[in-house]
Design a protein around this ligand. Structure first.
Ligand code: GLN
Length: 291
């Protein structure tokens, strides 16, 4: 059997399992297991396979996992985000390209390197770490309710930035923060899928990604309500918030923010033209309505 025939039979296995990107996914698994670059492959595709039995076994085992709809990123163990490579596993949401809109919006709006930022619901740490790496901000912190997610986020920070650069802590939103802590910017990509919608998602997401990172309760807005209520207490005067949202949540989240003392709210679209980020500024003139 030649290398070309081996790759093709792997891709066929994925195709018959109904994997949409069977050709590309087959290639990535081939490249990962045999360590062959595209250029090497083009030169050697007609040569007889020289790989050891163990490597061949690994290739077929990984193809079977993918055929069973396990996400490619879980099998490879990594996902690229903002040009940086993040470790991923079933404890964290796989970084999405959509979320780059959130990071780019913050980088664009905040050129002052001296500010402090907090990322709540950090998961893999992709938002906090890419802000620290690309924005070179003086002080970046991140929180998540999941200890398992934080282990992965810390590994990512160490790999990308070096040890002790981003400060991580285990916290249910702001529960582990002292009342006097203040940040210039709070960002979050909280769980925002309405519970019922989750059952209709692709098996890769529904069956393999952490449900606690996706489920935004009945209407998907549970965490925005809490964030809108609580963020203000942890912001410096003139601070701002940036939240990723689902494509149809812009208006609702803007309303939540203006109802809790934020001004200049704005919805920002992602590259495919869909609403993706809501931002708002602390409004010093705001008074909480009497209870
Ligand atoms: N955008 C993600 C998805 O479509 C959901 C992310 C989230 O809930 N924060 O799967």
């Amino acid at each position: 059997m030649t290398w070309g025939e081996l790759l093709l039979s792997g891709q066929k296995k994925l195709e018959s399992a109904g994997i949409r990107e069977y050709s590309l996914d087959g290639w990535y698994l081939f490249e990962h297991v045999f360590g062959m670059s595209r250029a090497d492959y083009l030169l050697r595709s007609r040569e007889t396979v020289t790989a050891e039995g163990k490597a061949l076994e690994e290739f077929w085992e990984k193809l079977s996992r993918r055929a069973g709809r396990e996400p490619l990123q879980h099998i490879l163990g990594v996902q690229e985000f903002m040009g940086l490579e993040f470790y991923v596993n079933s404890d964290v949401l796989i970084p999405r390209q959509d979320t780059e809109t959130l990071v780019e919006t913050v980088l664009c709006a905040h050129k002052n390197r001296g500010i402090s930022l907090l990322d709540v619901c950090t998961g893999s740490g992709c938002i906090a770490i890419s802000l620290a790496a690309l924005g070179k901000y003086a002080h970046v912190e991140a929180a998540d309710i999941s200890n398992a997610a934080l282990l992965t986020a810390e590994k990512n920070a160490e790999k990308i930035l070096g040890a002790d650069t981003v400060k991580f802590r285990c916290s249910d939103l702001f529960s582990a923060f002292a009342p006097e802590e203040r940040f210039d910017v709070i960002v979050s990509n909280p769980p925002y899928i309405p519970s019922k919608v989750i059952e209709g998602l692709e098996p890769e997401v529904r069956d393999f990604e952490p449900r606690m990172a996706l489920d935004g309760s009945e209407d998907g807005l549970f965490f925005y309500r809490k964030l809108a209520e609580e963020s203000r207490s942890f912001l410096k005067e003139n601070g701002a918030v940036y939240f990723e949202i689902g494509y149809d949540q812009g208006e609702a989240v803007e309303r939540l923010l203006s109802g809790h003392g934020f001004k200049d709210t704005e919805v920002i679209k992602d590259l495919s033209g869909r609403d993706r980020v809501v931002r708002g500024k602390w409004n010093p003139a705001w008074k909480a309505p009497a209870a």
